[in-house]
Design a protein around this ligand. Structure first.
Ligand SMILES: NC(=O)c1ccc[n+]([C@@H]2O[C@H](COP(=O)([O-])OP(=O)(O)OC[C@H]3O[C@@H](n4cnc5c(N)ncnc54)[C@H](OP(=O)(O)O)[C@@H]3O)[C@@H](O)[C@H]2O)c1
Length: 336
């Protein structure tokens, strides 16, 4: 069935750093060679989207359409074998570097940045297939290949944190989860997490040091930065690696160089795109297939609420006030 593509579409547009995103009518973009036109169905709001809206995270020319992942149906191809093969497929998708994103009724992207979704995966769940599931799997891969006996993760009540809890249990790698309030301690324990520490507790640092030493935790995953990084590094056993993968506190990392020099600890960064670029085609194909197979269980994300694009401001408010309750999705109005 040939799908009629309108000339214009609704899109969320960001006009300046830290400004409010607005919804505008703009022309539907045209795919070039090797690219596809995706009729968007759903996109999550992730912390990286908030960082993008604030400015200074990824390069963008203003105005631009935010949204770093989503799902939809391929309704047009600009030519080329892969783009042609994607036509008519339900896909998870990410935008081209520095290009307009997923918070719109249509998006053009490289066919290479689309992943066909299995019939068992809904478009809503599929819209969250890339950023967190692949990062959780990447962390598991790092733990295994680095022969880390155990891991530590903070901001652990996040969607990503919950995936890591399920993966670590399934693969027998102990995980110390750090959250910042007692409600989240209970939530994570109820879902089966064995080790959950509250960073607000008076004895937090000594408990973390003891537990990390007992379990031999040498992979420390840090999404918070600020003074949390120095707490993690000083609790880490000698020979540990601290991986900085986000900056939720908004603060620069505060690290005592002595921890790196005398304590023989390493500090590194992680960004999913950069990590995937270091892998060959066969690894990527196998990796994506593993992610697909677990999307309905270990790598699923809870959805707390959905909003139409027009309601983006309320959607962001709802998400930022309740990040641990599940993902807020933006839905497009376009239907079959
Ligand atoms: N580098 C990469 O390639 C990559 C890829 C995927 C994800 N990430 C990062 O992974 C993190 C989790 O992503 P997500 O989508 O799973 O998150 P999410 O589900 O939206 O949840 C965000 C979590 O961060 C916690 N949080 C927010 N501000 C915090 C602070 N200042 N200190 C401590 N905790 C704080 C929230 O806890 P409260 O309920 O206590 O607010 C919540 O549990 C994000 O930082 C994201 O940017 C990075």
């Amino acid at each position: 069935m040939k799908i009629q593509v309108p000339r214009n579409m609704l899109a969320v547009r960001q006009h300046s750093p830290d400004g409010k995103p607005v919804v505008e009518t703009i022309p539907v973009p045209q795919p070039g060679k090797g690219e596809v036109l995706v009729r968007m169905a759903a996109s999550p709001i992730n912390p990286s989207d908030l960082a993008l809206l604030k400015g200074g995270y990824l390069d963008r020319n203003y105005p631009f359409t935010p949204g770093l992942e989503g799902s939809g149906m391929v309704v047009g191809s600009g030519g080329g074998l892969m783009a042609g093969m994607r036509n008519g497929k339900r896909v998870a998708c990410t935008p081209n570097p520095e290009a307009d994103g997923t918070w719109a009724e249509f998006m053009v992207t490289s066919a290479m940045r689309t992943i066909p979704l299995p019939p068992s995966v809904t478009l809503e769940q599929g819209s969250m297939m890339v950023v967190n599931p692949m990062t959780a799997m990447a962390f598991l891969h790092m733990a295994k290949t680095g022969k880390h006996p155990a891991m530590v993760n903070n901001a652990a009540a996040s969607a990503l944190g919950k995936m890591l809890i399920r993966l670590s249990a399934a693969h027998g790698i102990p995980l110390i989860n750090i959250v910042r309030n007692s409600t989240h301690v209970e939530v994570l324990k109820d879902m089966g997490a064995t080790y959950v520490l509250n960073s607000q507790d008076r004895l937090f640092e000594s408990e973390l040091t003891t537990l990390a030493s007992e379990l031999g935790a040498t992979l420390f995953l840090d999404a918070v930065a600020g003074h949390h990084s120095s707490q993690l590094l000083s609790a880490a056993p000698s020979g540990s690696t601290l991986v900085s993968y986000a900056r939720l506190s908004g603060d620069p990392m505060n690290v005592d160089p002595g921890q790196l020099i005398v304590g023989d600890k390493r500090l590194t960064g992680f960004q999913l795109g950069n990590w995937l670029q270091t892998k060959g085609l066969l690894f990527k194909l196998t990796f994506i297939n593993r992610v697909k197979k677990q999307l309905s269980d270990a790598l699923s994300s809870q959805i707390s609420q959905t909003f139409f694009l027009e309601d983006v401001e309320n959607a962001i408010t709802q998400y930022t006030g309740n990040m641990s309750n599940g993902k807020v999705l933006l839905l497009s109005n376009q239907k079959d």
